[in-house]
Design a protein. Structure first.
Length: 197
């Protein structure tokens, strides 16, 4: 009788320690969500704030600012954690998240958007952004992206595009984003940074 050869044991691990930790975090989040609000274990914002508090600087300061911008730009989003990262959901689906540089030992933090985000623009569009530091300009751009991400349906942008800008060679997405940023800088700035004149 022939025996099947056993596959050779691999010395290479499939997941890094950080990836395994993220998977375990997600499993705990899913279990808590299944238990429901009666278990007292599901409080998205306090869980999110606890994760932010665990982050080293400067990621902690950036995560706090991103949290304030997201809440000001899209108050209907529900704060929660997702794979142990601060995230924001609409109708139970994560729309955007903040990933600390330490999470997967990268050189920058990341603001990411899921497929539930309404950022579609043609056949290709950005869904993640590297963050080294936040200024008022970056906060305004984040606010504009979050607003666009939660907008219902694909937004018609023809009325927002300045013909001279497009004719001058500026990309349509950048022109639209610049206009959205211009329109929301004051609005978001007033809500997020009331102390800045």
């Amino acid at each position: 009788m022939k025996t099947k050869p056993k596959p050779a044991k691999s010395t290479k691990k499939t997941f890094t320690e950080e990836e395994r930790a993220a998977i375990q975090e997600r499993a705990r989040e899913a279990q808590a969500a299944e238990r429901g609000p009666r278990s007292g274990k599901v409080d998205g914002e306090s869980d999110l704030l606890a994760k932010i508090a665990e982050m080293p600087e400067p990621d902690r300061a950036m995560a706090k600012r991103v949290h304030a911008v997201v809440k000001a730009s899209a108050p209907d989003l529900s704060p929660r954690t997702w794979y142990g990262m601060p995230a924001y959901a609409k109708d139970g689906k994560v729309v955007c998240f903040f990933q600390s540089a330490r999470k997967f030992k990268t050189r920058y933090a990341t603001l990411g958007f899921s497929d539930a985000a309404n950022l579609d623009d043609g056949d290709m569009w950005p869904v993640a952004f590297a963050l080294k530091k936040l200024t008022a300009a970056e906060e305004a751009r984040i606010g504009a992206f979050v607003k666009k991400a939660v907008s219902s349906g694909r937004r018609a942008t023809n009325d927002l595009v300045r013909a001279p800008d497009v004719a001058a060679g500026h990309g349509r997405e950048q022109v639209v984003l610049d206009l959205v940023v211009e329109r929301s800088v004051k609005q978001v700035g007033d809500r997020v940074r009331p102390d800045v004149a």
